[in-house]
Design a protein around this ligand. Structure first.
Ligand code: FAD
Ligand code: UDP
Length: 758
């Protein structure tokens, strides 16, 4: 029988009545009775027709052994007991003992932690499942081998489940069978908290209004936010329930209105919840929270509590967007949102909450998982190979190479607007191309490939991208370090006055430029453009050496359009751009791309060169956004692209320089230093900067606009025209020094042509 879900076709076998389902052996870094309820809810349901062995993390004990407890019919919780120093080999032996004692023969391995590969890789399960709940490698003190082990587990796994949508999007490129299963909620356990309950003694003494949180208190919490909130509203009481893990308790905020009540059992949680006025999710926004899908969101809501959360991806989508959870970024926003919640929620809020909660249940989740498991087992218990990425019955409509702006805009349009099935591949480990941003180890949002500032005059481009992000208004400003001063660039009235110690007016500076300019006509080169306007001296101080560094060429060897990007002004406007739309994606570029690509018709494969997969994947058309000469195997020779080395640094100080970008035309190997916090608006005690050091070799970043390159590109363009089934789009594929907005506009235009042609 065939079962088609999300467009994927899989072989589904009917289970044979009377044949016991294979045992389920689960390896976890969690305790069965931990706050984290997922294994308990899922595997208990699994135990209805099979035996389940839940292997916890080892516990230190004097003698080696196994602590085996049957917690409910069909479920055994097993704790390996290990004296300090004994490791994976002993665990392997203990596992063999368990298998012998219980006659475990036909079994499925179910992993919550890839670390367990270390003592289980010799096993021969019928099926291997990875239920991925977190980006564990982003956690504090994560074992260094975790990434390797995860790669090994991906190789092994037949099925991968993820605990939320963001994780799904992050992992789906790494395995052909990834399915998103956000955690559900035990309504029977939490809805009683809507009624008043007997107060636990430690909470009863805390005055109202109470703002509560339960869960692990670790590096994922925004402690500054908690402290700021406590300081801003000394009349509110913050109740924090949960173990303090991995962080030094001495570093926790200690305001008298913050109450740490310690760890409580799952059964006690509703009593605490019932006594709160508002529930909080004050998570920091960093690498370790990027993929979390907090189970407490539906639990708080099941208890009927208004919730205020920082913009965690999987909280914003769907809860924030549906208005069920209030999203706040900083202390003032938290104060405002909590104040509104305390004033009372709208009458239609709770019915909407209930509507959503009714649609999520652990029973439903388990049923869907079991279907997938059964589809991978045949009647005799041996595995049927699961379909690999060639599974789509008719392949993909489009193979898109490159997940930058060009590739992602086309993927989005084709999938959403034309209902095409798209496979998007990128050889990098991430989406967003050169616009990729991420939180670094210190938690500062940085742009990996240098500063990206969004600006455009094209309303349709801005409106299109606004479907996938909110914006932070931002006007970019740059200073150039010249003659020991930091002067505004583009050159303006203040630049001239400060450089020469003058006090000219706009009118006088116009006169000044006229007196120093060397008129040139036509304006062919980048030298012509500048000298024609501001004369040789300013050209030498601000443009000549910067350009030589940046391009490895003299401005006289470069097309006029390069320096023409930077205007000259006679007023005091010191903005770098004057476009009508200037803003940064509120939660960063990567988040915006994730929203763009979140569509069931789009599959993303990362770390994949298209040439490695194009033979195996049926597709009808291709969109190519990589370097055009590479596509044609450099048959006419290499097209020059300029490269850069990005040297990133994080400094233990809040501010490094007085402007977002400082250009160094005349000194050093680098052209400019960018301080990201100016661009992103992030508040952080540390700051991150990047130096850009131009170089000839390396990743291609800039097409080099000059006549001979245009001629060589023309030859490649002739080949492009002879390749009708492939669309070449973007900065590298059309060899154009395009900004982001121009690439978006180009991709939208190409899409419109494709859509009209169909
Ligand atoms: P890319 O973003 O380069 O995406 C192409 C993708 O294709 C890459 O991710 C690559 O890995 C992938 N790829 C290539 N070959 C293969 C293959 N064989 N198989 C699989 N994948 C492949 N623009 C602005 O508007 N404002 C700015 O402030 C700004 N600052 C910039 C600063 C720097 C340092 C740089 C380099 C560029 C800047 N830009 C800026 C320009 C902006 O980065 C580009 O316009 C935009 O990112 C181009 O998008 P794209 O999709 O054409 O290319
Ligand atoms: N430029 C310069 N001095 C400056 C700024 C720019 O000579 O202080 C020239 C240089 O050739 C540079 C070009 O103007 O490559 C375009 O600058 P822009 O800031 O637009 O470059 P990008 O951000 O694309 O690197």
């Amino acid at each position: 029988m065939h079962n088609t879900e999300n467009g994927y076709s899989r072989l589904v076998k009917e289970p044979t009545p009377g044949v016991a389902a294979p045992d389920l052996v689960c390896f976890s870094h969690l305790r069965w009775n931990f706050v984290y309820q997922r294994p308990q809810h899922l595997l208990s349901r699994g135990a209805q027709d099979r035996r389940v062995f839940f292997i916890e993390e080892p516990r230190t004990a004097e003698t080696v052994g196994l602590d085996v407890t049957q917690t409910e019919p069909g479920v055994w919780v097993v704790v390996p007991l290990l004296p300090d120093g004994t490791g994976e080999e002993t665990q392997q032996t203990l596992l063999a003992q368990l298998f012998a004692d219980f006659a475990v023969e036909q079994y499925i391995c179910w992993y919550y932690t890839p670390m367990a590969m270390g003592f289980t890789r010799h096993l021969t399960p019928l099926l291997t499942i990875y239920d991925c709940m977190d980006e564990l490698s982003a956690f504090k003190n994560a074992p260094t081998r975790l990434k390797e082990r995860e790669a090994e587990l991906f190789e092994r796994a037949d099925l991968v489940f993820t605990g939320g949508q963001s994780l799904y999007e992050a992992k789906r490129g790494q395995h052909p069978n990834v399915y998103s299963f956000p955690s559900s909620v035990d309504l029977a356990h939490f809805t009683p908290a809507r009624q008043a309950q007997a107060e636990p003694a430690d909470q009863a003494v805390i005055p109202h209004p109470r703002l509560g949180f339960y869960g692990v208190i670790d590096e994922r919490m925004d402690l500054e936010l908690i402290q700021g909130l406590a300081l801003a509203r000394p009349d509110w009481h913050l109740v924090l329930v949960g173990p303090i893990v991995k962080i030094n308790p001495a570093h926790l905020p200690t305001q008298p209105n913050i109450h740490y009540l310690g760890s409580k059992s799952y059964s006690e949680l509703p009593q605490y919840l019932a006594g709160w006025d508002v529930a909080l999710m004050p998570f920091a926004l960093n690498e370790s929270t990027r993929f979390i899908s907090p189970t407490k969101t539906p639990e708080y809501l099941a208890a009927g509590k208004p919730v205020v959360s920082t913009p965690i991806n999987d909280v914003v989508r769907p809860y924030g967007e549906k208005g069920l959870v209030q999203i706040a970024q900083d202390v003032p926003e938290f104060v405002a949102q909590v104040t509104q919640c305390l004033a009372g929620m709208d009458s239609d809020w709770l019915p909407q909450v209930d509507n959503l909660l009714q649609r999520t249940s652990w029973d439903h989740t388990w049923t869907r998982m079991k279907q997938l498991i059964d589809s991978a087992l045949d009647t005799t218990g041996t595995t049927v190979p699961l379909p690999s990425f060639t599974v789509r019955e008719n392949g993909f409509d489009y193979l898109i190479v490159g997940a930058g702006f060009a590739g992602s805009v086309l993927a989005e349009r084709l999938a959403r607007d034309s209902n095409k099935r798209v496979l998007l591949v990128d050889r990098r480990a991430h989406i967003a191309g050169n616009a990729y941003d991420h939180y670094n180890d210190a938690g500062v949002l940085i742009h990996r490939y240098g500063p990206h500032i969004f600006h455009t005059n094209a309303k349709e481009v801005f409106e299109y991208l606004s479907n996938f992000t909110s914006w932070r208004p931002y006007q970019h400003r740059v200073r150039a370090s010249v003659d020991g001063q930091l002067l505004p660039i583009p050159i303006n009235l203040d630049t001239i006055n400060q450089l020469y110690g003058l006090n000219l007016s706009t009118f006088q500076v116009e006169e000044f430029f006229r007196s120093v300019a060397e008129p040139r006509s036509p304006l062919k080169t980048s030298e012509d453009v500048v000298v024609n306007k501001v004369g040789r001296e300013l050209y030498e101080k601000f443009f000549r050496n910067y350009t030589r560094k940046q391009w490895g060429l003299d401005p006289s060897e470069l097309h006029a359009s390069v320096t023409a990007r930077v205007p000259t002004r006679t007023n005091r406007d010191d903005r770098y751009f004057t476009d009508s739309y200037q803003a940064m994606p509120l939660y960063g570029y990567t988040r915006m791309f994730e929203n763009m690509l979140s569509h069931p018709n789009i599959s993303v494969m990362l770390n994949t060169d298209y040439r490695a997969v194009q033979q195996f994947i049926p597709f009808k058309h291709m969109v190519y956004t990589g370097p055009v000469d590479e596509y044609f195997d450099y048959c006419y020779g290499k097209l020059p692209y300029r490269s850069l080395e990005f040297k990133h640094e994080t400094l233990d100080q809040p501010v490094f320089q007085t402007a977002p970008v400082v250009n160094y035309p005349n000194d050093y190997l680098y052209t400019r230093i960018t301080e990201f916090k100016y661009l992103t608006g992030q508040q952080h005690p540390k700051t991150s900067i990047v130096y850009e050091i131009p170089q000839a070799e390396g990743d291609p970043y800039y097409p080099i606009p000059r006549t001979e390159n245009a001629e060589l590109y023309k030859r490649y363009q002739n080949l492009v025209e002879e390749t009708p089934n492939v669309q070449f789009v973007g900065r590298l594929a059309t060899y154009k020094y395009y900004n982001m907005d121009q690439v978006v506009a180009q991709a939208l235009t190409i899409y419109n042509k494709i859509a009209v042609a169909k």
